[in-house]
Design a protein around this ligand. Structure first.
Ligand code: HEC
Ligand SMILES: [Cu+2]
Length: 332
């Protein structure tokens, strides 16, 4: 009698659980008209973030990615596949069809402020060639590495600081009456040196003897931002509002709510500042070459709380962002 009950229970389990299992698996990895459908659940990072957050595709394979957001509104960006979904609402799955042709790593990330750990909400699509080997893309060395700049080191305040934020417009007006070293006019060379380096060189040129220190700082401000295209700066401003302001603050002072409890550089050395960088701090920012700021943005901090953006932005966007950061300590 007992054994009979047991057997019926097993049968019941098989009848009920098996189809549910199969159906569940189908749901996560189905196919529609011969196209694979991959379901990706998006929840706040504490609840798991993107599940799965790692996906392997064969180059040239077409897949439908079906995103659901059971908890709160999330966004999605896959920069290298041109995917940008502003909102994924709970109960309203969003589908995108992708077909990456080239083997490599394609990062995806949430673009909505979904919680304090929003920055951790990322994943990667690995695209392998039909032969099966993962192709590791050859990456160029970033400029800060090429130059041997230690982006985590303490920086010392320049010997001389402007008395108020340097003005690009005033610099432009003085330019005809001044003398500039060649490297300052060369955008690539300029990335390797700091505004403070530029000021010192300008100060040492006998031709600039008549110009006051603040006038030379204005000149530095002008040379620094003159080449940044207005459209690129406008785009960087948008990205800043979306990706940076929560920690670095709307006005760049490092006072955003999401940055309050982050260790910052104090993590490396307790004598260094804690929390997000203050982009209006002249002593810090004028002593930093663009290559250093670009490097930190590209690589992120080592446990400081600064996320890496190298896999989310194009190199052009990274450099435009660096130029945009200059507008927090150089005025129009
Ligand atoms: C989750 C919080 C957070 C976000 C979001 C964030 N940062 Fe940071 N950032 C930090 C912290 C903390 C530091 C200081 C520690 C460090 O330098 O590693 C920092 C440092 C930096 C530095 C180095 C400054 C210096 O003087 O060395 C740059 C540049 C920077 N952030 C740019 C950005 C940009 C641009 C964005 C947006 C695309 C951004 N950050 C988004 C937290 C954040
Ligand atoms: Cu999110």
């Amino acid at each position: 009698m007992k054994r009979n009950l047991f057997a019926s229970l097993i049968l019941l389990l098989i009848l009920v659980a098996l189809p549910a299992l199969i159906f569940g698996a189908r749901h996560a990895q189905g196919s529609r008209d011969g196209i694979r459908v991959v379901e990706i659940r998006a929840t706040v990072p504490d609840a798991g973030g993107f599940v799965p957050d790692r996906l392997t595709l064969i180059a040239g394979e077409k897949v439908i990615l079906r995103f659901t957001a059971p908890d709160v509104v999330h966004g999605l960006i896959i920069p290298e596949l041109g995917v940008n979904i502003a909102e994924i609402y709970p109960g309203k799955p969003v589908e995108v069809t992708v077909q990456p042709e080239n083997p490599g790593r394609y990062e995806f990330a949430c673009t909505r402020w979904c919680g304090l750990d929003h920055w951790r909400m990322r994943g990667v699509i690995e695209v392998i060639d039909p032969g099966g080997a993962v192709v590791v893309p050859t990456v160029e060395k970033p400029l800060f590495e090429e130059l041997g700049i230690d982006i985590d080191a303490m920086r010392h305040a320049p010997a001389s600081l402007p008395s108020s934020p340097p003005s690009v417009q005033r610099g432009y007006e003085i330019a005809p009456d001044s003398s500039l070293p060649d490297w300052l006019a060369d955008p690539h060379a300029r990335r390797t040196r700091s505004p403070a380096n530029a000021f010192e060189e300008l100060r040492n040129l006998p031709e600039n003897k008549e110009l006051a220190d603040d006038a030379l700082w204005d000149l530095v401000a002008w040379t620094w931002v003159q080449e940044a295209a207005p459209e690129a700066l406008a785009k960087a401003q948008e990205l800043y509002a979306r990706d940076c302001a929560a920690c670095h603050g709307e006005t760049g002072r490092g006072d955003g709510v999401a940055g309050r409890n982050l260790p910052g550089m104090a993590k490396m050395d307790p004598t260094m500042p804690s929390g997000p960088a203050d982009f209006t701090d002249a002593a810090q920012m004028l002593s930093a070459p663009d290559a250093l700021l670009h490097g930190k943005l590209l690589r992120g901090g080592m446990g400081t709380g600064m996320p890496e953006f190298g896999s989310l932005y194009t190199d052009e966007q990274l450099w435009a962002m660096v130029s945009y950061l200059r507008t927090f300590h150089f005025t129009k």
